[in-house]
Design a binder for this molecule. Structure first.
Ligand code: GDP
Ligand code: MN
Length: 385
């Protein structure tokens, strides 16, 4: 889950990281009032969940409240990379001497969090990463030990930060680590962290990604979710606790278990099929969950067939079958469906389903092959416009 800049900066601030004074506004009039309160120059910043807002014209410095209102009007009517701007952040403008990049993310290969820092921060950091990767220094963190003073000094020295800033920089870096660690973030990033003309360090921009799987222990962060960027089907799935990702193919998949879902997709592809989604209904899913999953899959008009791949471990296959059948009564799908059931009471489950006119298979191999065949048949009967 992505957080907006203003949300990330509010969190930063709670951990002692200095941020500009400012507030978020949903109308140009509000933006004007905030600018009046702040006095002086302000920066109007679009709050959308994509990068590169500056380059897209979504960030403007205004000299007075009238100009703040005018820029806010413009920016609130923009779309940036397909996302409509619904809010702007109005911050005191900073006079910048240098822009630094500072971020913490997961280094999966090293199995550790990693600090990344560069003296060449700002809007060109991706370019720097491509053309001059040596200008970005990296330092791993042992999550049990956290960040030690010598490490903050290593990073400061590594980006040639003038000595006078080492202490406040160290505090910011430690704060950023706490932000990252306490909130189960997979990214906590300040770009730019600026050295101001007033000789102070301040976080002008903020970005955080939160691990979705850890959200259950951060209800206050879950509430911050902005669903504007998500596909409606993914929002609906989340309500039912389903793990759902929409894909571009035309065979809907309903599977219990993420590994099984991946294997199903691979085998579909092997037979020349193309999955329409990734969906894990999880263990012990009841009829309501199965029905929700079926509605979500069928809401996608490109779906021409559905493949069920259910492994009954503790879950009994006959129960899953009953769940599917009661869901059928409610959803009344018009596409062919192939079910592969294996495990406890699989025999009874298959019997129940074939009585309900569903195609059943004993192996995933057969089921995937059948799903691709019936998909082709159905696609020929109902060609897309
Ligand atoms: P991003 O483009 O989405 O990463 O948005 P940022 O918040 O990082 O802003 C992009 C750029 O706008 C920064 O790198 C700065 O150069 C500039 N900028 C942002 N805020 C201010 C400010 O208060 N004063 C000045 N002078 N420039 C700013
Ligand atoms: Mn930025």
């Amino acid at each position: 889950m992505k957080l907006h800049e203003y949300q990330s900066k509010q969190i930063f601030s709670r951990y002692g990281i200095p941020i500009p004074k400012g507030r978020v506004a949903a109308t140009a009039n509000e933006a004007r009032h905030i600018a009046e309160e702040l006095g002086g120059r302000v920066v109007i910043k679009s709050q959308v969940l994509v990068g590169g807002r500056g380059k897209a014209g979504g960030i403007k410095v205004a000299k007075d409240p009238a100009e703040a209102e005018q820029f806010a009007t413009q920016i609130l009517s923009m779309e940036i990379k397909g996302l409509p701007v619904r809010k702007v952040l109005v911050d005191e403008a900073a006079a910048i001497e240098q822009e630094i990049y500072l971020g913490i993310t997961n280094d999966r290969a090293a199995k550790k969090p990693v600090i990344m820092a560069s003296a060449a921060g700002g809007v060109e950091i991706e370019e720097v990463a491509r053309t001059n990767p040596e200008k970005i220094i990296k330092l791993h963190i042992d999550p049990l030990l956290g960040i030690k003073d010598y490490q903050t000094r290593d990073v400061a020295a590594g980006i040639d930060l003038p000595r006078e800033y080492w202490k406040p920089f160290g505090e910011i870096l430690k704060g950023l680590w706490q932000v990252y660690n306490d909130n189960d973030a997979t990214l906590a990033e300040i770009n730019p962290l600026v050295i101001g003309k007033d000789k102070r360090l301040i976080a002008l921009d903020g970005k955080m990604l939160i691990d979705d799987n850890a959200l259950f222990r951060h209800p206050e962060l879950s509430e911050m979710r902005d669903t504007d960027e998500d596909a409606p089907s993914e929002v609906e799935a989340r309500k039912y606790g389903l793990t759902f990702i929409k894909l571009d193919g035309n065979i809907g998949c309903m599977v219990n278990g993420a590994g099984l879902a991946m294997a199903s997709m691979d085998i579909l592809k092997f037979f020349g099929g193309d999955p329409a989604n990734f969906l894990d209904i999880g263990g012990g899913a009841g009829a309501d969950k199965v029905a929700a999953a079926m509605r979500i899959i069928l809401a996608d008009p490109s779906v021409k067939a559905i493949l069920f791949n259910i492994f009954g471990g503790i879950t009994r296959c006959d129960e899953v079958a009953r769940g599917i059948i009661s869901a059928l009564a409610e959803v009344k799908p018009q596409v062919p469906m192939v079910v592969r059931l294996v495990g406890t009471n699989a025999e009874q489950g298959r019997q129940l389903l074939s009585n309900a006119n569903m195609l059943t298979a004993e192996t995933l191999f057969n089921a995937a092959q059948q799903a691709v065949e019936v998909m082709k048949g159905n696609a020929n009967e109902h060609p897309r416009q």
